[in-house]
Write a protein that binds this ligand. Structure first.
Ligand code: XMP
Length: 315
């Protein structure tokens, strides 16, 4: 049986033993990095700086929410606005692995700069077991290069420290509840952010569409769950397809984008079943997306594949 208190004690000791001077932690505000940050700050105190990078690929309102979380915790932190750098690194890329690697590399360059200024030689990360299992470790095949694993450049000038490496999501949540961390029940959000939900080219216009679509899916699903129409799925979001299709708007021909609704049930993200969202909830989501983004989106579809054979995210 997994015991959060025992795990935390062991990891505090592990971090104290393995981090000689100062460290920074890459903190996205998600449950993994927040748990890693709390444990690392217990181990290192003022020798730790939590860095949140606004990469321009975050959800609606997310940066403000994370700032609020940091403010409520006893933690040294910095918020870095780096959207332009990420969009420049992603320009012209359409291959999912190339996109993930470009994001991983840009993250590291930003962190390296922050670490240098802070005088840190160690980068703490909230990497969990599925991240490195799916990134391939020599024995396994690479399914996706999670940006915090396969995307790391070889010449990275920092030592890595990964206290959550052996945990699965449900165990991380147990530790988060033990600490009373606000994001403990938040749905998972991938490290490369909305870019893995934006098929084809990632640019500010496409990200704005998928950001709004994700917000609408989250909002409508939460409302439906509050009204007792459905249980909250494990994860629920939208993705934007790169192709266009024909539609009608009033009496005119339209040629617009397609948004996919994705919602799944899972325990640890390693396997998943598509969620049975009631049709009237799907109908509401579809109408709201096409009304809000009339000029961009004219088709909404629902993904009914499990993992395997699909993955949860589209890239
Ligand atoms: P997939 O799409 O591989 O996702 O079925 C499994 C779970 O992991 C999340 N995910 C990521 N999390 N870095 C992360 O920290 C990543 O690069 C990444 N890619 C996917 C995904 O949202 C799902 O919860």
């Amino acid at each position: 049986m997994f015991k959060p208190e025992k795990f935390v004690e062991e990891q505090i000791e592990f971090i104290r033993d393995s981090v000689p001077g100062k460290a920074i932690i890459a903190c996205s505000g998600g449950v993994d990095s927040m748990v890693a940050a709390v444990i690392a700050s217990k181990a290192l105190g003022d020798r730790l700086l939590a860095v949140y990078v606004d990469n321009g690929l975050m959800r609606k309102g997310e940066t403000d929410e994370v700032r609020g979380m940091f403010d409520s915790m006893d933690l040294n932190y910095r918020i870095v606005d780096a959207g332009d750098r990420f969009f420049a690194a992603l320009a012209g890329l359409t291959d999912p692995e190339a996109k993930r690697k470009a994001i991983g590399e840009t993250f590291i360059r930003v962190f390296e700069k922050e670490a240098k200024e802070f005088g840190a030689g160690t980068l703490v990360q909230g990497t969990i077991a599925p991240d490195w299992i799916e990134s391939g470790d020599g024995v396994r095949d690479t399914i996706k290069s999670h940006h915090n694993v396969g995307g790391l450049p070889k010449d990275m000038g920092m030592t890595l420290c990964e206290p959550l490496r052996d945990l699965y999501k449900d165990e991380v949540r147990k530790v988060a509840r033990y600490f009373g961390i606000k994001s403990s029940e938040r749905q998972p959000f991938p490290g490369p952010g909305l870019s893995v939900r934006c098929l084809g080219e990632v640019n500010p216009e496409n990200i704005a569409i998928v950001r709004e679509a994700c917000f609408i899916v989250e909002d409508e699903v939460k409302k439906a769950s509050d009204e007792g129409k459905m249980e909250l799925p494990w994860q629920y979001f939208a993705a934007l397809l790169p192709s266009k299709s024909v539609g009608v708007q009033g009496d005119r021909r339209a040629y617009g984008r397609t948004v996919v609704i994705r919602a799944v049930g899972s325990i640890d993200g390693m396997t998943a079943e598509f969620a049975r969202i009631p049709l009237d909830v799907l109908d509401k989501i579809s109408r709201r997306i096409t009304n809000t983004m009339k000029d961009q989106v004219n088709r909404v579809v629902y993904d009914i594949t499990n993992k395997p054979p699909a993955t949860i995210e589209w890239e």
